[in-house]
Design a protein around this ligand. Structure first.
Ligand code: TMP
Length: 211
């Protein structure tokens, strides 16, 4: 990888998309070229797969089918968006990445973690983020924010409908990932106000990456 890639992940309603946009602006102000993207999605094929994953019945896929859809979307996203941006020398900020598969499909939906590891080796390889920011907040706060944000037009709530204990497992898993990979991951308290979260993100980026 020629440039740093920041992956932003967390449970629902943590304000990560807003923070990702703020981070892009700050990097651009320093003259960097930035690709801001998201998963599932981030390329035309992956956005089409996203629609299959984030809408509809909570039990519409088998665990293997669901994990493969996420990895199929990720493969298209890496091939058409992330790797080309990195080879142009850009920064890439990605709103969610492979840790979300470990948390959602592995820990919370019970899909075999060793199969996720093998799929990640195949699809992601060494295109892993240099820095992953985890915006942590209590499940009830995140779900309340996510439902307040939901509009009548938005049907992208399939994972939000999976229940509180599902989301408690997600939170615990993201924190475990952060504990097990301290060189890559930083946990930020997502209950703080937007400006304070942005300040802590910028501190993490500038202290860990050559900006
Ligand atoms: P978003 O709401 O952050 O855009 O993400 C869409 C949903 O997709 C979110 O509820 C988390 C879920 N998701 C997974 O279940 N597995 C994954 O690998 C990714 C990237 C997202």
């Amino acid at each position: 990888m020629r440039r740093q890639q920041g992956g932003e992940i967390s449970g629902e309603g943590a304000g990560k998309s807003t923070q990702a946009r703020r981070l892009r602006t700050r990097l651009e102000e320093l003259g960097h070229k930035v690709t801001l993207t998201r998963e599932p999605g981030g390329s035309p094929g992956a956005e089409a797969i996203r629609a299959l994953l984030v809408t509809g019945d909570t039990n519409r896929w088998t665990p293997l089918g669901e994990a493969l859809l996420h990895f199929a979307a990720r493969q298209e996203h890496l091939a058409h968006t992330i790797r080309p941006a990195l080879s142009r020398g850009e920064w890439v900020i990605c709103d969610r990445f492979v840790d979300s598969t470990v948390a959602y499909q592995g820990a919370a939906q019970g899909f075999d973690q060793s199969a996720i590891t093998r799929l990640a080796e195949l699809v992601v390889g060494d295109t892993m983020p240099s820095l992953t920011l985890i915006l942590d907040l209590p499940v009830e706060v995140g779900l309340a924010r996510a439902s307040a944000r939901a509009t009548a037009q938005s049907t992208e709530d399939r994972y939000e409908r999976m229940g509180t204990s599902f989301h408690e497992t997600l939170r615990r898993t993201f924190l475990e990932i952060a504990r097990s990979e301290p060189d890559r991951c930083v946990v930020i308290d997502g209950t703080q106000n937007e400006a304070e979260v942005a300040r802590q993100i910028w501190h993490s980026v500038t202290s860990r990456l050559p900006v």
